[in-house]
Design a protein around this ligand. Structure first.
Ligand SMILES: O=C(O)c1ccccc1NCC(=O)[C@H](O)[C@H](O)COP(=O)(O)O
Length: 228
């Protein structure tokens, strides 16, 4: 099941790149509106209580449901299926991003119970112990249940580390679905992103574009668009 968003970064600021952009860890409604005006493709809201960007400390699901955008992503870490479904409905989410240690069976079960209009993004966190065979087995098992893969840097806090993983891995593995590249993406990283042979479908930006956790630096984000 593949959910494609039609807007292209080529519509923004006159650039010709097809690379899409997800801005993650949003907590301020005014900033969300400005990002929509900039034509951000995906808006990420973190529903993980231990994150410094936990959205429910700032907005309620009803606020999020009123945001008129087709790329609203809810980020969850080892959350219960019923809770994910409840939030997806209340906040009118378009995608569920699974950022924890969710098993393949969990993902298949979620897919069965979730509104079919809501896509699933499965995160593979890359650390020193990344196991390519396990990755293939898992992707094979869930590839009909998910829309996208997202690669992020592994850490005890699960995400938002501002750290890059070793991107050379992306050249060594087969990636059967469009993928988001995440983990410490900064303005300076863009030239290196362009060198990757199997190009990401989207970039996922977060802590490198913040004034403080959950508050984005929109000037920096505008500068990033110019570089894409
Ligand atoms: O950002 C968080 O606080 C976070 C915490 C726990 C799980 C996921 C989290 N973020 C999800 C994302 O998609 C981030 O954009 C991704 O981890 C990259 O963040 P960064 O390295 O800061 O660019």
């Amino acid at each position: 099941m593949l959910f494609q968003i039609s807007s292209k970064i080529s519509l923004k600021m006159g650039t010709e790149s097809n690379l899409q952009l997800k801005v993650c860890g949003l907590t301020v409604l005014e900033q969300v509106k400005e990002l929509i005006a900039l034509k951000a493709d995906f808006l990420g809201f973190i529903f993980y209580e231990k994150s410094p960007r936990f959205v429910l400390n700032h907005l309620n699901p009803d606020d999020i449901s009123k945001i008129d955008h087709r790329g609203k992503v809810g980020v969850f870490v080892n959350e219960k299926i019923n809770r994910i479904i409840e939030i997806a409905e209340k906040a009118n989410l378009d995608f569920i991003q699974l950022h924890g240690n969710e098993s393949d069976d969990f993902i298949s079960e979620l897919r069965k119970k979730l509104n079919p209009k809501v896509g699933i993004i499965k995160v593979f966190r890359i650390g020193e112990d990344f196991n390519v065979e396990k990755f293939y087995t898992s992707v094979h098992a869930i590839q009909n249940d998910i829309s996208y893969i997202l690669f992020d840097t592994d850490s005890l806090s699960f995400g938002g580390t501002g750290k890059q993983f070793d991107w050379s891995l992306l050249e060594k593995i087969e990636i059967p679905l469009p993928y988001f590249l995440s983990g410490g993406i900064s303005e300076d990283a863009i030239e290196n992103v362009k060198m990757i042979k199997k190009q990401p479908f989207a970039l996922d930006i977060n802590s490198k574009f913040e004034m403080k956790a959950g508050v984005k630096d929109l000037e920096k984000i505008k500068r990033l668009y110019e570089k894409l």
